[in-house]
Design a protein around this ligand. Sequence first.
Ligand code: ZN
Length: 176
Amino acid sequence: MPQLDTADHYVNQRDGRYMDMALEQAREAQALGEVPIGAVLVSAEGMVLAAAGNRRETWQDPTAHAELMVLRLAAQRQESWRLLDTTLYVTLEPCVMCMGAIILARVPTLVFGAHDPRAGAVGSIYDFSTDERFNHRVEVRPGVRGAACSTLLSDFFASLRQRRQKRCRPSSPDQG
Ligand code: ZN
């Protein structure tokens, strides 16, 4: 077990702060009818380079995941596809597409909230972060604000199921 020293404590506090920003992006996405997932890309100096939420429904774009949105935005702003010395914060464990993009963009550090047992590519169904066949390794800090991130998602899916059940329920005869 690594010892928790002052530097670790500082990192933990900072991780929590940026994950809160990613959660804010997730809530904004939810308000648009999106699955609530948010991401923030931060420079080594602690500057927020880009922040975005999932826009798959809004854009009807299968690639409009929060992670890809922040990578694209930050690369455009920096005029460089190499996002060296950055940390990506995302509320949900990235999928294979997003982990692929994180590796291609040379993002050195990934911090995520909830695990995604069905599609996660950072240990759940695959682990792209430690696969030595890639020429880039990603340092991962999982589970930051994990409970808040996963509650946001499970509440969203629970209310979605409720709405669907209401819609599908046949109307009673006395209601015509
Ligand atoms: Zn993804």
